[in-house]
Design a protein around this ligand. Structure first.
Ligand code: NAD
Length: 424
C-alpha cells in the first residue's frame, strides 16, 4: 500500500506532544477552523489531588492522583485509571485525548478522560491499595458519575479496584450505582466478554488489516510485546486464528521460539507465577528491544508508550503493526514506518474493543438486563469491523496513513458536534 502525507509530524516522546503532533497534521489536512482547533487541543478539566494514606507500617504517605477530562462533547467522559510510577500530568492528558478520539472512532456516545495515581502497586499491600483507591474515589466523587465521567481499569488496575470504586461511590451517594465504573467483576454488574475485549479487538483489527494486505494468517508470524490484559488475550486470539506467535514478553524480558509459543500454556504459567513470564519453558530468552526487531510479519506492541522510536524504527521488520497499547509509536517513528511501507493500525482504532464492551456494560447496568456472551462478542466484533472500515476509508480518501485517517475520522465527528452544540 503506497501512501503519502504532505504534512509531517514532529518527533517527540512526550505523550501529549505526540498526540498533538498527529492532531495538528490531521487538523491541517481537513482544514479544521482555528476556534475548534483551540477547543480540542486542551483538556476541558484537570483535577489533581494529594491523597494521604495510612501505610501498613503506621506511616502516612501522600499520593498524587489525577483525573483529566479532555472532552465531553459526545457524551459522558470515559477512560481508565492507571497506577504507575510513570503517571504524570502530561501522560494522563495524552491518554484522555486519545480516549476522545477512540470513543468517536468506536462510535459510542462518550467523550474522553483518563485518571492515574503515581504509585508503585507492586510494592504496596492489598490493604494499602484499597485505602488509596477509596481515598481517590472520595476525592473524585463530584467528578465521577454515570452521566458525567465513567472510569474503567487501565495498567495495574482491574475488577478488584473497580469494585472498591463502585462501593465507595455508592456509599457516598447513598444509592447503588454500578454504572459509575466499567470493568467491574461479573457479580457486581460487569459484562461478559469485557476482560478479553481489548485483546480480541486487537485480533479483529489485525485480521481486517491482513485481509486488505492479502496476508494469510496461517503463514503469518507474530510478536506480541506485553503479556498483561491486552497482550495475553491478543496473543491467545492470534493463535486461535492460526497465526504463529513466535515471541511474547513482559517486564521480565522477552521469550522467543521460531516454531511458535503455546500461548495457553504461557497464560497458565503467568497465572501461576504472579502474572509474570519468568521461567517460561520452551523459549529462548531475548530482550524486549530484540522482540521489536524480530523478523516477523505482524508486531503487536501491547505494553506501554514510546516503544517504537527514532532509535529503533529503522530496525523494525514487521509488515503490519497493530497497536494494542496506547502510544507505543512516537510521531517521528510514524513517518519512517510509512516511508518503509509498514502499515500501522493505530491505538485509537486497534485497542477500542475494550471501551466498546465497557459501553455495553454501562448500557446493561442502566437497563438492569444482561446479555449473553455471544451477543456481546457479536456486537463488539461488528463494531470493530465498522470502525476499521471508517478509518481505512478516511486514509484512502485523504491519501494518508491509517493513523492520520483515524484522527481525521474522529476529529470530523467531534468538531461537528462542537459546532452543533455551540458554546457561550
Ligand atoms: P497490564 O498491566 O495488564 O499489562 C501490562 C503488561 O506490560 C505486563 O505484562 C507488563 O509486565 C508489561 N510491561 C510493563 N513494562 C514493560 C516493558 N518495559 N517492556 C515490556 N513489557 C512491559 O496492562 P494492560 O491493561 O494490558 O494495558 C497495556 C496497554 O494497553 C497500556 O498502554 C494500556 O493503556 C493499553 N490499553 C489497555 C486496555 C484494557 O482494556 N486493559 C484498553 C485499551 C488500551
Amino acid at each position: 500500500m503506497k501512501k503519502t502525507t504532505t504534512v509531517v509530524a514532529k518527533d517527540t516522546t512526550n505523550p501529549y506532544e505526540s498526540m498533538l503532533a498527529r492532531f495538528d497534521v490531521a487538523a491541517k489536512i481537513i482544514g479544521l477552523d482555528e476556534e475548534t482547533h483551540n477547543v480540542l487541543k486542551v483538556p476541558s478539566k484537570i483535577v489533581t489531588v494529594n491523597l494521604p494514606v495510612y501505610m501498613d507500617d503506621g506511616s502516612t504517605r501522600i499520593f498524587e492522583g489525577y483525573r483529566i477530562i479532555h472532552s465531553n462533547i459526545l457524551g459522558p467522559s470515559k477512560g481508565g485509571i492507571r497506577y504507575s510510577m510513570m503517571v504524570d500530568q502530561d501522560e494522563v492528558k495524552a491518554l484522555a485525548a486519545w480516549m476522545t478520539w477512540k470513543c468517536a472512532i468506536a462510535d459510542i456516545p462518550y467523550g474522553g478522560a483518563k485518571g492515574g495515581i503515581t504509585c508503585d502497586p507492586a510494592k504496596m499491600s492489598v490493604g494499602e491499595l484499597e485505602r488509596l483507591t477509596r481515598a481517590y474515589t472520595v476525592a473524585m466523587s463530584d467528578v465521577f458519575g454515570e452521566n458525567q465521567d465513567i472510569p474503567a481499569p487501565d495498567m495495574n488496575t482491574g475488577p478488584r479496584e473497580m469494585a472498591w470504586i463502585v462501593d465507595t461511590y455508592s456509599k457516598i451517594k447513598r444509592a447503588y450505582i454500578p454504572g459509575v465504573v466499567t470493568g467491574k467483576p461479573l457479580h457486581l454488574g460487569g459484562s461478559l466478554g469485557r476482560t478479553e475485549a481489548t485483546g480480541r479487538g486487537v485480533m479483529i483489527a489485525a485480521m481486517e488489516a491482513m485481509k486488505k494486505l492479502k496476508m494469510d494468517p496461517k503463514k503469518t508470524k507474530a510478536a506480541v510485546q506485553g503479556f498483561g490484559n491486552v497482550g495475553s488475550y491478543a496473543a491467545h486470539y492470534f493463535e486461535a486464528q492460526g497465526i504463529r506467535v513466535v515471541a511474547i514478553s513482559d517486564v521480565t524480558g522477552a521469550y522467543y521460539n521460531p516454531k511458535g509459543i503455546d500461548i495457553n500454556k504461557a497464560i497458565a504459567h503467568a497465572e501461576a507465577n504472579g502474572r509474570q513470564l519468568t521461567g517460561l519453558k520452551g523459549a529462548e530468552k531475548i530482550t524486549n528491544e530484540q522482540l521489536l526487531e524480530l523478523n516477523v510479519d505482524l508486531l503487536a506492541p501491547c505494553a506501554m508508550e514510546n516503544q517504537i522510536t527514532a532509535k529503533n524504527v529503522n530496525n523494525i521488520k514487521a509488515k503490519l503493526i497493530v497497536e494494542g497499547a496506547n502510544g507505543p509509536t512516537t510521531s517521528g517513528a510514524d513517518e519512517v514506518l510509512q516511508k518503509k511501507g509498514i502499515v500501522v493500525i493505530p491505538d485509537i482504532l486497534a485497542n477500542g474493543g475494550g471501551v466498546t464492551v465497557s459501553y455495553f456494560e454501562w448500557v446493561q447496568n442502566r437497563n438492569g438486563y444482561y446479555w449473553p456472551l455471544e451477543e456481546v462478542v457479536q456486537k463488539a466484533d461488528a463494531s470493530m469491523k465498522k470502525a476499521f472500515k471508517n478509518c481505512w476509508d478516511a486514509s484512502t480518501k485523504y491519501k494518508v496513513s491509517m493513523r492520520i485517517g483515524a484522527y481525521i475520522f474522529a476529529m470530523n465527528k467531534v468538531a461537528n458536534a462542537i459546532k452543533s452544540r455551540g458554546h457561550f
